[in-house]
Design a protein around this ligand. Sequence first.
Ligand code: MG
Length: 353
Amino acid sequence: MDLDQVRLRLEANEERLSPFAAKTSTSKGRVRPEPPSPVRTEYQRDRDRILHTKAFRRLKHKTQVFIAPQQDHYVTRMTHTLEVAQVARTITRALNLNEDLAEAAALGHDIGHGPFGHAGEEALAECLPYGFRHNYQSVRVLDRLERGGQGLNLTAEVLDAIEKSSKAREDIFAEGWGVPSTLEGEVVKTADAIAYVNHDILDAVRAGLITEADLPESSQRLLGRSHSERLNTLICDIVEASWAASGENGSDEKPAIRFSPQVHSAANELREFMFQRVYLYDRTRAEAERGKQVVIFLFRHFVDHPEGISADFSLPQDPVARRAADYVSGMTDRFAIRLAQDLGCPEARAFRA
Ligand code: MG
């Protein structure tokens, strides 16, 4: 049998997706053209490449919100990433969009997060004259640093969706760092917010910061009273409000991925509640501040001692500050804590690694 028949069948299946879906046939492709896989489409290959990276494995020991938790049920960057992929796949499949592209982008979207979540990001942003953003770093890790400095040579659509996955503070649909060029990218961006707001509620309850009864009244009334009810409401609402994306309305106008107005405002209220009660809460901030000091300490250490920077996680031709940032941002929470403790960082002693 001719194995290439498999890929041809998969590509023909893609042609039956929504006219607004991204497809291998319309992809802008890779910077370095490659012969096709006999049994996978291009977006399937990208998904597999991302999943097999060392950077993906390290997500299991990186903070989502609660730093280096000792308890096993807290969300980590890896479980967050898997939840985003699951939500994005449900929505793209329901809307007849390209599930493989959404899954690839979801698996890669947070790969550039440093240790200690947003605290680590803030620290590195202060250290580098040109700043530091995890979404740009995700692209850098996948496109430049992985595979011994060769990068994964991913398709343009996957890199675009990852780069533009980050949102600004003001709205659950805020544009933030750009509008993705594909609807699948927009789905991932929204799936990220749906996933984190919901799993962070459970973690905040676990940490004793809130109870479910504290959630805003609009959220309890419109979104539901349990984790699964809230997720189900948000996902079903997106599918219904974005139905034009499925192409089944027969309209040629480029559709949008969105919530209905009531659910949109309830989701924003819930997100704002989480900022006030959890993300910006003093105890969370105090821990984040310690994490930030650990990252700044490590960055300065490696700028002064570039011989200690692992060649696996940096490019030899880059300036030392860039190399130090690439190395430190690749670290897991526990690796950063142990290393900083060994190097005598006072703030690192408060953590149990
Ligand atoms: Mg995320």
